[in-house]
Design a protein around this ligand. Sequence first.
Ligand code: SAH
Length: 242
Amino acid sequence: MGTLYVVGLGPGDPSYLTGAAKTALSRAEVLCGYTLYVELIRPLFPDKEIYTTAMTGEIERCRHALDLAQSGRDTAMVCSGDAGVYGMAAPVVELLPDYPGAAVEIVPGVTAALSGAALLGAPLGHDFCVISLSDRLTDWSVIERRLECAAAGDFAICLYNPASNHRRDYLRCACEILLREKSPDTVCGMVRSIGRAGESVRVLTLSEMRDADADMFTTVFVGSSQTRRIGKHIVTPRGYRS
Ligand code: SAH
């Protein structure tokens, strides 16, 4: 029986790979995943067999990886950040009952909410929630409701997928929904290409962010009512100082 390792690579630079991720990758005979992510780690494992696919076709990609494991070959499927956060871990676990001859091991990685927060300071120092703005697999009405509830709960909010190739205005729509409840001066941050070439960090207000440009390599942070800007950092205090 082969093992399919579902491995979160962290945001990009191999220095963010965990020790467990490195071990799983070195055990695997075959590396598979979306081309961009496989290329990030390929230099570390130049001799491995590679199987890459385009962005869509997720189920087909999972089935191929499970087939490889079932045939007795240890395989690693790589994802950016953590494989369980808008990644391949869920479909792999869902499909596993069809592959009694394969074992699966999920290896956690540093998700963009955490690597991005570290660049900003401590925006997630108190309760927070994570919402993807992609309506490819989730109805926009559901996303809108979750944004409203997060604002009503005064959570710090981390937004993934603030733009896609076919839609640039997700972030503007999200800011408009949040502004129904939240102050326009709410402290926000945007981080782009974390751990990759061109990494950038920006601190701004919620009203400024409504007009800001995001792309699919951006992760967005929206403060709670307690979030403050301190120099170049953002902090959501938990109250240790009071
Ligand atoms: N599994 C990934 C998330 C995949 S969804 C994780 O745990 O991080 C894709 C979204 O993740 C992007 O639109 C962006 O919002 C965020 N993201 C992933 N990698 C990023 C990076 N290196 N820099 C900034 N944002 C990133």
